[in-house]
Design a protein around this ligand. Structure first.
Ligand code: NAP
Ligand code: F7E
Length: 348
């Protein structure tokens, strides 16, 4: 008998990679999708369009993390062995503008699923998409599973509630429920308003003459960036462990947004020189003096997370999980992917 998995957030970056991984392992995969006025399934279209996959092993259901009845119906109908709760309003800057909706989805949404599992009496393992944003104003460097949390935005506050609700349902009701505390992970499928993808698309468009410059916020923030498909494998590994637990997945390498910009331009043979300070700073091409990066305060956050770097030693020891793609490789694969795509589209 095939194992059955239910993924919330299946149309997102991680959901799409996880669906692929589980289908390749022979799982039947159910995914929760939201109704949208425009097409929102680009990342999973290739799976859905394959008739044999669609008919036998990949099933989509309309639902929403703000709607308990849809979630309970989907859990009851799909009878999953494993639930991966990846759905979230996942943009930190947006969470300052929509704190209540972010909390409804990212905090109460998790409770709705966990309580649904408990009340329906379904025997399933549960994965919660927790985040390095929990460390916020960091209390220790590098951050591990025992570093105290200090969230700095509505998104992280909501995820803090979900982290502890997952732990509480594990302890109170003996559920197999684990938190993956994942540091930033990116890919060719990363949402276009996150900084890495905004940069790689921007670099491609600027160098192909389709965009004047890339306009960014705080380029001195430091992040620990890894490659998303490897982190999705880590999620699956957490649910195959002997015991439910909480794990950091990270690369243990940190870089500024500025370094990401420099590296992305250098992949395409250009060097950047920085001129000016703070919001007047400009990034200029060494080759011809053209301004290609500028700063706009509208992208600053009311409270920033300045530095993240994670130590994934526990995941290596207990799960055998290790990151494979380093910073330079990640920047290269994202930049080349966006350059190739943009070039093809602009020549159509
Ligand atoms: P993403 O690309 O933004 O995907 C989010 C997914 O959630 C999308 O499928 C979205 O659907 C869905 N969603 C949003 N609100 C929903 C709602 N109210 N009801 C049902 N579905 C909803 O995020 P990601 O990068 O794949 O991240 C996956 C999860 O890991 C998220 O929970 C995120 O907070 C967490 N996380 C991400 C990172 C990272 O670096 N990527 C690190 C740590 C934790 P639509 O497609 O319809 O919008
Ligand atoms: O910002 C700075 C910004 O939005 C990274 C989510 O997946 O990872 C992600 O959250 C840094 C921040 O990701 C722009 O201020 C500068 O310091 O790409 P980001 P994030 O906030 O780290 C965590 C682990 C999650 O859990 C989240 O779901 O880049 N930055 N200029 C900018 N950021 C954006 N988005 N846009 C800019 O123009």
């Amino acid at each position: 008998m095939s194992k059955v998995a239910l993924i919330t957030g299946v149309t997102g970056q991680d959901g799409s990679y996880l669906a692929e991984l589980l289908l390749n392992k022979g799982y039947v995969v159910h995914g929760v999708v939201r109704r949208s006025s425009t097409f929102n399934r680009e990342r999973i279209e290739h799976l859905y369009l394959d008739e044999s996959i669609r008919e036998q092993s990949f099933h989509l259901h309309y639902g929403d993390l703000t709607d308990s009845s849809s979630l309970n119906r989907i859990i009851e109908k799909s009878e999953p062995d494993e639930i991966y709760n990846l759905a979230a309003q996942s943009h930190v800057h947006v969470s300052f503008q929509m704190p209540e909706y972010t909390t409804e989805t990212d905090a109460v949404g998790t409770l709705r699923i966990l309580d649904g599992i408990k009340e329906l009496g379904i025997k399933t393992k549960f994965y919660q998409a927790s985040t390095s944003e929990l460390f916020g104003k960091v209390q220790e460097i590098p951050q591990t599973e025992t570093t105290p949390f200090y969230p700095r935005n509505p998104y992280a506050n909501a995820k803090l509630f979900s982290y502890w609700t997952t732990v509480n349902y594990r302890e109170a009701y003996n559920l197999f429920a684990s938190n993956g505390i994942l540091f930033n992970h990116e890919s060719e499928r990363r949402g276009e308003s996150f900084v890495t993808r905004k940069i790689t698309m921007g670099v491609a468009r600027v160098l192909l003459g389709l965009q004047d410059r890339i306009i960014l916020g705080n380029i001195d923030a430091k992040r620990d960036w890894g490659y998303a498909p490897e982190y999705c494998e880590g999620m699956w590994m957490m649910l195959q462990a002997a015991e439910p637990d909480d794990f950091v997945l990270a690369t243990n390498e940190t870089h500024t947004v500025r370094e990401f910009i420099e590296e992305a331009f250098s992949v395409l043979g250009e060097n950047i020189i920085w001129q000016g300070e703070n919001e007047n700073e400009l990034g200029v091409l060494y080759s011809n003096g053209k301004t290609v990066v500028s700063i706009d305060k509208r992208y600053y956050r009311p409270t920033e997370v300045d530095l993240l770097i994670g130590n994934p030693e526990k995941a290596a020891r207990i799960l055998g999980w290790k990151p494979k793609t380093n910073f330079k490789q990640l920047v290269k694969l994202m930049t080349l992917s966006d350059y190739t795509k943009t070039k093809t589209i602009s020549h159509l």
